[in-house]
Design a protein around this ligand. Structure first.
Ligand SMILES: Nc1ncnc2c1ncn2[C@@H]1O[C@H](COP(=O)(O)OP(=O)(O)O)[C@@H](O)[C@H]1O
Ligand code: SF4
Ligand SMILES: [Mg+2]
Length: 333
């Protein structure tokens, strides 16, 4: 087993809102709690879950772009959580992020060449003389011709802009990239191209990905492991094949029944999600899913279910799941 690239333990991120922002005094958003996982070098770990369940916050907290409220992120023997920006600088190069909207990373007034040169020069990864060759290499890596260097973001298609955003991350010669809904805004045919590009680059440069997405069908094909999040907590974490063949957490099962194409063999007749995700300002006690779970019983309202391994590498946080083959599904109500 390869050593973990990142060891994440009990990572938390709470946002304290200004008085009155939601009409509540000193309201606190529980965006992420007790996120614990080892991210293995070279793997693609995906995070899925409904909008607002804390996926982006997880990516930002791991990279210390949002300073965590608690927990640790061990990278190269150092806990990144809470390092100030100066202390983070030696690690920034290695740890990159690609967003859904490349406009947020690309300055409209900079040519693509200038945008790609910026991180290279900042991290002193090439001299001025070496720069043109490096830019051509980066553009070639993402499937663009060298003439794109003189173009502006608005002259590019959405897919081409996302290729540039990936090239900008690659410019730093990273080891870990958070892809935060990086393909979600693209047309389906372009999504497939960008996914293939990400997979090719992973192999070529031994990259490790945290792939955040809401499209379960996409995640199934590209992930080594998948984590399912609900209201700021991991509900289930498993190798992709196990998760889609044997989803155990009621929330995962509900998510999969809503998207039958994600896995034709997944249970579809068990349960559909009812109601809305509760507010993270006052998440439900015990299991955060209890207000929507058809299997909820008294224990679920008072005790937080811990992540437990029920099969090799398959972890579930649910009082009703006792093993990978023995669940209390029928014990509903
Ligand atoms: N800067 C912020 N200030 C306050 N609340 C935030 C902030 N960023 C995210 N949140 C809240 O944290 C929760 C998780 O958000 P997010 O991580 O963006 O979810 P996802 O990426 O899964 O859609 C949401 O309720 C969101 O409104
Ligand atoms: S712990 Fe209880 S409420 Fe939570 S998912 Fe399991 S059965 Fe449902
Ligand atoms: Mg998000």
């Amino acid at each position: 087993m390869t050593a973990p690239l990142l060891q994440i333990r009990n990572l938390k991120k709470h946002f304290d809102l200004r008085l009155g922002a939601f009409g509540e005094k000193g309201a606190r958003v529980h965006a992420l709690d007790d996120f614990t996982v080892d991210i293995v070098e070279g793997e693609t770990l995906s995070l899925v879950g409904e909008s607002g369940c804390g996926k982006s916050t997880t990516g930002f907290a791991i990279l210390n772009l949002h300073r965590p409220s608690g927990g640790s992120v061990i990278y190269k023997g150092t806990d990144l959580a809470g390092l100030d920006e100066d202390a983070m600088r030696p690690f920034r190069r290695d740890l990159q992020i690609v967003f859904q909207d490349p406009y947020s990373t690309l300055n409209p007034r900079m040519t693509i060449g200038e945008a790609l040169s910026e991180p290279i020069l900042f991290h002193a990864l090439a001299s001025k003389a070496e720069l043109p060759a490096r830019l051509a290499q980066l553009l070639a890596d993402v499937g663009l011709s060298p003439r794109f260097a003189s173009r502006y973001p608005h002259e590019l298609s959405g897919g081409q802009r996302q290729r540039v955003a990936i090239a900008r991350a690659l410019a730093c010669q990273p080891r870990f990239i958070v892809c935060d809904e990086a393909i979600s805004a693209l047309d389906v045919s372009v999504q497939a191209q960008i996914l293939n590009l990400l997979l090719d680059l992973q192999e070529k440069y031994q990259l490790t990905y945290l792939f955040i997405a809401h499209d379960l069908a996409v995640v199934r094909h590209i992930s080594d492991r998948v984590g399912v999040m609900y209201l700021g907590r991991l509900a289930e974490l498993a190798p992709s094949a196990s998760l889609f063949a044997t989803p155990l957490h009621p929330y995962t099962r509900a998510l999969l029944s809503a998207v039958p194409e994600a896995n034709p063999r997944a249970p579809r007749d068990r349960q559909m999600l009812q109601g809305e995700v509760p507010s993270p300002l006052s998440p439900p006690s015990g299991c955060r899913f209890h207000s929507r779970c058809p299997l909820a019983r008294e224990t679920c309202r008072s005790q937080i279910p811990e992540m437990r391994a029920v099969a090799p590498g398959h972890l579930v946080a649910c009082h009703a799941v006792t093993s990978a083959t023995s669940t209390n599904w029928e014990a509903s109500e």
